[in-house]
Structures are given as C-alpha cells and as structure tokens.
Design a protein. Structure first.
Length: 76
C-alpha cells in the first residue's frame, strides 16, 4: 500500500495557472496531476541516465575490443 506525504512547492505562476486549468477541465486533483508529472519526469531522467551509461559503456567496449583484437592478431 502506498503512503502519501504532503509537500509544499513554489512554482511559476504560469505553471500553476496551467495546472489549475487542466485540473478543472479534466476533473482531476492538482496533486494527482503533479504526481503524474513528477513520475514521468523521474522515468525520463532514469531513461536518460541509462542511455548515458550505455554510451559510456560503448566507448569502453570499443577500447577493449581494439585492445583484444590487437592482442589476438599478435598471437597469430
């Protein structure tokens, strides 16, 4: 079961106005919309960090492949 915590945020007026308009038009609580937005942001951030990790691994793998290929050709 998930528990909830109350938080206080300071956000730009334009964002708050948009949040209130969306909440009113979609009949959703502002906290529900904010929670969904934060969840999406966290998911995107995680995906970005994973992509960065793979990019770094690609460079390491390329260096390792080059080193082992050179070593293998020297043995023949």
């Amino acid at each position: 079961m998930r528990t909830k915590k109350k938080v206080s945020l300071t956000i730009d007026t334009e964002i708050m106005d948009a949040l209130e308009a969306i909440a009113l038009s979609s009949n959703l609580a502002k906290s529900q919309i904010a929670q969904e937005a934060l969840s999406l942001w966290l998911k995107k951030r995680t995906e970005d960090l994973i992509a960065l990790g793979y990019a770094e691994m690609e460079e390491e793998d390329r260096s390792f492949s080059k080193m082992t290929f050179t070593a293998q050709t020297e043995t023949f």
